[in-house]
Design a protein around this ligand. Sequence first.
Ligand code: GNR
Ligand code: NI
Length: 172
Amino acid sequence: MRSLIFLPNPLLRERSNPVGLVNDDIRTLADDMLETMRCASGIGLAAIQVGEPVRLLVLDLLEKGVEHRDVFINPEIVWASKEHTVYEEGCLSIPNYYAEVERPKQVCVNYLDRCGRLKELQAEGLLATCLQHEIDHLDGILFIDYLSRLKRNMIIRKLRKKLRSEERCEKH
Ligand code: GNR
Ligand code: NI
């Protein structure tokens, strides 16, 4: 188990580094992330959310009877459909906030699997949305960046306030 980091932690705005070699350290990190994600009831998790700035993400979602539980290393979107779709998104690093976000409906992603083999996945629906949400994390982008500046600033202000009150609480 690893601890999650939350907005406004500046690490969430960093660009993660490519994985050079898919070794046991990376596989251990991926397994830890799968467990951390499950405990937090998430369907996806990027390594930076546990404070590791590497291009690694995990997914665990069941959609239309198809189970997708997978590790994606150095994922890259190589194609995105012109057609868009809207989903209500949330983020484990932005607790208790949900909003509708519009993204390409289908994407094709190249990545390395946990054995370091090059794979290609054509995704649509929630799987495509989740992959795009996680790949955004690798580039320091959050789903609130697609909302109006007013909404985004309101969320950031609330989380700053919450953080300050938690810090005050720890001192007492
Ligand atoms: O658990 C999550 N649910 C979710 C719902 C809609 C779109 C994206 C997501 S990802 C999120 C977990 C998370 O924060 N991953 O980075
Ligand atoms: Ni997220």
